[in-house]
Design a protein around this ligand. Structure first.
Ligand code: ATP
Length: 253
């Protein structure tokens, strides 16, 4: 079900976003004037062949990487207008991240990992919301465990809770199921989807996996640094078919 209000605002958007790596013979246009909007309360997956620019798009849109021209905004804030200190604060306060490699601190407990970004920002999580997020991801009995005492799936659930607990404007997830078996992956994807449909969180996820993309409300397909197609209410079979047709189009072009 697409729980999107027709008048939903834009959580993040890029306009003519261009990113070039290298110069001369090694020059690669990783993003070629990309215009894309992520609506509030929507779960978007970004897919496309290896090297098409998915990670670069995510990193530029999340303020993790610089770009050459065009613009990125999170809500109404233009990232290009921010200095490094302001960008760091924006990432900390308004963006949640989930990475393939979990990125938890091994010496902290699950609870300390979940609340770390807010602790660094000098903010306290709303206790009721913290309880809600922790029970949603099924970690209530594991809060005192350190990452080494948790399974991969549980560690990624800690990372999802950490991303959600500050109620960020947007969560960016980069291959969040890449290191998980299919059952643990399905759980993590289910939590991300629930956060969108039950609490209106905005989520953008880069993935190679048509099954993972099937959890999203919308899939944007990139090829050669540009959005080339889009699918609403995707199913894994339809995503796979479109990926195959993009592959054969790029082989024949
Ligand atoms: N630091 C870099 N220096 C030079 N070229 C880079 C760099 N990072 C990425 N590229 C190039 O930019 C293009 C886009 O890379 P990007 O990692 O965004 O693709 P991707 O779609 O995420 O790939 P994958 O699915 O394999 O992770 C590729 O051609 C890549 O080789």
């Amino acid at each position: 079900m697409l729980a999107l209000h027709p008048a939903a605002g834009i959580a993040a958007a890029t306009t003519d976003l261009t990113k070039v790596y290298g110069s001369g013979e090694t020059r690669v246009v990783a993003l070629d004037r990309v215009g894309i909007a992520f609506r509030e309360g929507e779960f978007t997956a970004i897919m496309g062949p290896s090297g098409c620019g998915k990670s670069t798009l995510m990193h530029c849109a999340a303020g993790l990487d610089s770009f050459d021209s065009g613009s990125v905004r999170i809500g109404t804030t233009e990232l290009g207008a921010l200095d490094d200190r302001q960008l760091t604060a924006l990432r900390r306060d308004r963006i949640g991240f989930v990475f393939q490699a979990f990125n938890l601190l091994p010496t902290l407990t699950a609870l300390e990992n979940i609340t770390l970004p807010m602790t660094i920002a000098g903010r306290r999580p709303d206790p009721q919301w913290l309880d809600h997020v922790v029970s949603m991801v099924g970690l209530s009995g594991r809060l005192g465990h350190r990452p080494g005492q948790l399974s991969g799936g549980q560690q990624q659930r800690v990372a999802v809770a950490r991303a959600l607990v500050s109620r960020p404007a947007i969560v960016f997830a980069d291959e969040p199921t890449g290191n998980l078996d299919s059952r643990a992956g399905a759980e993590v994807l289910g939590f991300l989807r629930d956060s969108v449909h039950e609490t209106g969180q905005t989520v953008v996820m880069v993935t190679h996996d048509p099954v993972a993309a099937g959890y999203a409300d919308r899939v944007v397909f990139l090829a050669d640094g540009r959005p080339v197609d889009e699918m609403v209410r995707p199913t894994p079979d339809r995503v796979l078919d479109l990926m195959k047709s993009l592959d054969s189009r790029s082989r024949t072009s």
